[in-house]
Write a protein that binds this ligand. Structure first.
Ligand code: NAD
Length: 498
């Protein structure tokens, strides 16, 4: 499996040490812009998963970590945030090499990333229990919120450090210890982040990273009896599998899965703004985002006018090297994903949708040997077509017509998914009414793809379980203990019922 031996080699990070995989094997990680391997990543297995869980469990139950005050934990998280801020550009360039997303996007994402560590670091010492005015005489009852234990964080390849941080920051703030299993396609940046974890001074075993393939190393992590919680971002199928495995051990689970999000343009919208929103909804990150606005719902009366503007704008997209700040659409991250997108384009054509832009691999000179797909738009899509129901995870937009608000809501909600939705209108009344009816975890009005460490994020329906970000996210990593203390002068006779 391993080719050139001169490539940089990434070992795992277990118990505060750089660890060789017990198999001794490494696999290649590819640069999607060149289609060639650029680094080697340790191929972890069951034995490595067990080592990491034991280390995380030991760090959770003994040693320096549980002895830290919540304020000290918070300070460590904020220090890690500072180090990420210092190294943001370097980390962004590594991610671009690994996943092919634009440096313009990854640079901004990595500069924003420290906020997760500042925010949850700040929250660490504000987790307060309560005193219950209990209905028993001579009794004092209070609650404590305690960390659940060892957390396994499994993530997808599209935003490696962002998705891992959505889990790590609240888990560490809560006092848990963490094992991160990054995607096998994009492991490098997480291992680079471990160097900053070390530099910040986290005790050993608090953060561990094991790399490799889902069934080989992810599954044993989820199965391990000393793991209390699994936080997963990935495909619906992967999430289902993880949920089933975790259920056998009665573990806590949060799932952030796929989407087929509707981006709805009403006839009273500012059409130029809505065009920009539609473009960023589907072509940003080459459509490889869970919140992609992959179904564009257009009100009939503005359909043709909007389509002219949309196609004209989309045609201006500059493709090419994602490390060039001028590039606007980059390659697809993985070869299987590239093949899958092309397959869906064929499916859409076969279903009778009209391809009005793109519709195949990008043969442009500036795309070289990379895995590029032309920005693609289909009109004449109906909501029962596979192209409207299944997640493509690529730069492929399906345009669906609607007549009125009720029909827009009906089509928008007629989906197994419910991750996000967009509304373009100048009417506040319409915006409020429609946003209330949409079955989606995030609804954007006259904007799209806004995400913050402060605001809850997650899916309705098959898009997931639980929420990340915002204050509530920390409770996904805490459990409540009720403590009862008798203040009675003597313990009453147990044979006399009170
Ligand atoms: P995937 O399900 O193939 O893999 C996700 C992760 O799960 C990887 O690290 C993989 O190694 C691991 N994995 C796979 N099988 C496993 C198993 N049996 N046990 C344990 N771990 C296992 O998903 P992907 O292709 O990497 O990511 C793309 C998907 O992620 C898309 O569907 C996208 O919508 C979704 N996504 C969702 C969000 C969100 O927040 N809702 C964000 C980004 C991506």
């Amino acid at each position: 499996m391993v080719g050139g031996q001169d490539l940089p080699k990434y070992r795992m990070y277990i118990d505060g040490d750089w660890a060789e995989p017990s198999s001794g094997e490494y696999f290649e990680s590819f640069n999607p812009y060149t289609g060639k391997p650029w680094s080697l990543v340790a191929r972890g297995g069951k034995a490595d998963a067990e080592r990491a869980v034991e280390a995380a469990y030991a760090a959770f139950t003994s040693g320096a970590w549980p002895r830290l005050t919540a304020s000290q934990r918070g300070a460590l998280l904020r220090k890690l945030g500072d180090l990420i801020a210092r190294d943001a550009q370097r980390l962004a360039e590594i991610e671009v090499r690994d996943n092919g997303k634009l440096i313009a996007e990854m640079g901004a994402q990595l500069r924003y990333l420290p906020n997760w560590y500042y925010y949850f670091g700040g929250l660490a010492d504000k987790i307060e229990g309560s005193v219950i005015p209990i209905d028993k005489p001579a009794t004092f009852n209070f609650t404590r919120h305690e960390p659940v234990g060892v957390v396994v964080a499994i993530s997808a390849w599209n935003s490696p450090l962002l998705l891992a941080s959505w889990k790590m920051a609240p888990a560490l703030a809560a006092g848990c210890t963490v094992i991160v299993k990054p995607s096998e396609y994009t492991s490098a940046s997480m291992l680079e982040l471990c160097k900053l974890v070390e530099e910040a001074g986290f005790p050993k075993g608090v953060v561990n990273v094991v790399t490799g393939f889902g069934p080989e190393v992810g599954e044993p992590l989820v199965q391990h009896p000393k793991v209390a919680k699994v936080a997963f971002t990935g495909s619906e199928m992967g999430g289902q599998r993880v949920y089933e495995t975790a259920a056998k051990g009665l573990k806590r689970v949060t799932l952030e899965l796929g989407g087929k999000s509707p981006n709805i343009v009403f006839d009273d919208a500012n059409l130029d703004d809505a065009v920009k929103g539609a473009i960023s909804g589907i072509f940003a990150a080459t459509g490889q985002t869970c919140i992609a606005g992959s179904r564009l719902l257009l009100q009939e009366s503005v359909h043709n006018q909007f389509m002219d503007k949309l196609v004209a704008f989309a045609e201006t997209a500059r493709m090419g090297n994602p490390l060039d700040p001028e590039t606007q659409v980059g390659p697809v991250t993985t070869r299987p994903q590239y093949d899958k997108i092309l397959r869906y384009i064929d499916i859409a054509k076969g279903e009778g949708a009209q391809c009005v832009l793109g519709g195949g691999p990008a043969k442009r000179k500036e795309c070289g040997d990379g895995w590029f797909v032309e920005p693609t738009i289909f009109t004449g899509v109906t909501n029962d077509m596979r192209i409207a129901r299944e997640e493509v995870f690529g730069p492929v937009l399906s345009v669906i017509r609607f007549r009125d608000d009720d029909e827009a809501v009906r089509i928008a909600n007629d989906s197994p998914y419910g991750l996000a939705a967009g509304i373009w209108t100048q009417s506040i009344k319409r915006a409020l009414k429609v946003s209330e009816k949409l079955q989606a975890g995030s609804v954007w009005v006259n904007t799209y793809r806004a995400v913050s460490y402060m605001s809850p994020f997650g899916g309705y329906k098959r898009s997931g379980l639980g929420r990340e970000n915002g204050q509530d996210a920390i409770y996904e990593y805490l459990q409540t203990k009720s403590v009862w203390i008798s203040t009675a002068d003597e313990v009453p006779n147990p044979f006399v019922m009170r």
